[in-house]
Design a protein around this ligand. Sequence first.
Ligand code: DGT
Ligand code: CA
Ligand code: ZN
Length: 570
Amino acid sequence: MIQSKKEIIRLLEEIAIYMELKGENPFKIAAFRKAAQSLETDQRSLAEMGDITTLSGIGKTTGQIIQIFLETGESPELEALKKEVPAGLVPLLKVPGLGGKKLARLYQELGVIDRETLLEAGASGKIETLKGFGKKSSEKIIEGVKALGERPERYPIYEVLKAAQKVETYLEQIPEIKQFQQAGSLRRLSETVKDMDYVISTEQPEKVRVALEAFPFQSEVIGAGDTKVSLELALDISIAVDFRLVEPASFATTLHHFTGSKEHNIRMRQLAKERKEKISEYGVESESTERKTFTSEEAFFAHFDLPFIPPELRIDGTEIDRIKTTSPLLQQTDIRGDLHMHTTWSDGAYSIREMIEACIAKQYDYMVITDHGKFLRVANGLDEKRLRNQQEEIRKISADYPEIDVYSGVEMDILTDARLDFEADFLQELDFVIASIHSGFSQTKAEIMARLQAACESPYVRLIAHPTGRIIVNRSPYNVDVPELIQLAKNTNTALELNANPQRLDLDRAHLMLAAEAGVKIAINTDAHDTKHLDFMDLGVRAARKAWLSPPQILNTMTKEAFRQFILNK
Ligand code: DGT
Ligand code: CA
Ligand code: ZN
């Protein structure tokens, strides 16, 4: 079990926060913060640091906690703290002006344990009577809580994926659960999700219900019966989750039903009706036969003479017809390499060697190291000299790993005046050049398009990364005319990225379909800044399938040899 540096830092910070809420000794709390800070400022990756428990800035207790976390991936100290502090307190830390110290006092002195009790304390005028709070700050806190409390209608998928991991870790250790599966918009990889859905197969729903009611990170049980348990979770986001409990025989049809989409379900039901059958969450019925159940969704679709329709394609019902004539869709195993990733040379958390070994673990045939270029100073971007050194280093290290071809590239900025960050002569020395925009987001369409055109027209730029710059829900795309970019890419034989980071998924579905139709190659890349981020490839593949993409349209499905030729053939 290997934990990343960032995870250790987060662990230490989380421990500090919970200790603060609990009202622990400030010196103890400070020790955790100090340790987190000294890890953060250290440039080396975890492995390069060796035994981090001996670093100055990391005390004996902290060292032991880190040691256990490194060995087991768990922290009994943090878990114990979490049990002592009400789960409803943690989301309140997001209220402006309400740090751990102040919140701890509200908890200890006024019995505040969640949003409701905090609002009550405010309404009754108790907050302003506390020493150091006053009327002004009490009003500000209440305002903040109210703003926070109006929870958004829908959450971006990456927030929900994080919450889902916590949920699933918990489900995995309930012995009476035979099988569980995500459903709803989460399983369909929608960009935003209103609430989470799970289907659970069990022969002992009563026991599972009790276990679910004891889920640790929740603010309330919304409802609980033997077929459905609904909780309001208090994780980084406060989101509802519905668990459907079903007997094993009906698992496949219930899963299909609660995966949706609603439009997909309606179309499936029409299809059944035409055959004088009826689909319910429990199976397929007809007048002449008993209710039929299925061992898998594949078998369910096969019953209607359909191939398996991947959940991410269950959108508006038209997929049910289109799936019959489509070429084989992209699978995880079609991906032969990752062409966009960062190392400790710029703002990545892992060394070249660590990234190589992580890509080997993914059984890739090739990979490209693409740290940031010099323009991105905040990311410790590399100038010509450092890039040359890095290339030498990559060549040297990769000699130890004959099983994978490691290419040296760069993620080069397209400057605001449409110049590129490096001269053509220099770019020629690199194996693979990615160009992208990280500045001038408010420029006009003409300015943005001039920049993208300059990048596409450079003979050395092979790929435009995260072409629209959007962050799902949180940042709109810059002023890019995607159809025009697709034409530019086509004319210059430049590939466009499907950035698989769940905050981005950029290009999106509609644009991927346009690009594919135009015959522009798509590269699905993780843009990993951490070995764990390489796992985003799975999301990237699903996002590509959502756009009906098949292997020949994807740059990084090329064989090792074909990709080598592609690199050589500048
Ligand atoms: P969300 O939660 O808004 O992000 O999107 P979903 O698709 O997860 O919607 P949700 O949670 O209301 O329901 C989960 C699935 O259950 C939905 O995709 C299809 C199925 N479902 C729910 N209500 C209905 C309904 O009234 N008719 C049909 N045919 N299916 C439904
Ligand atoms: Ca849902
Ligand atoms: Zn980038």
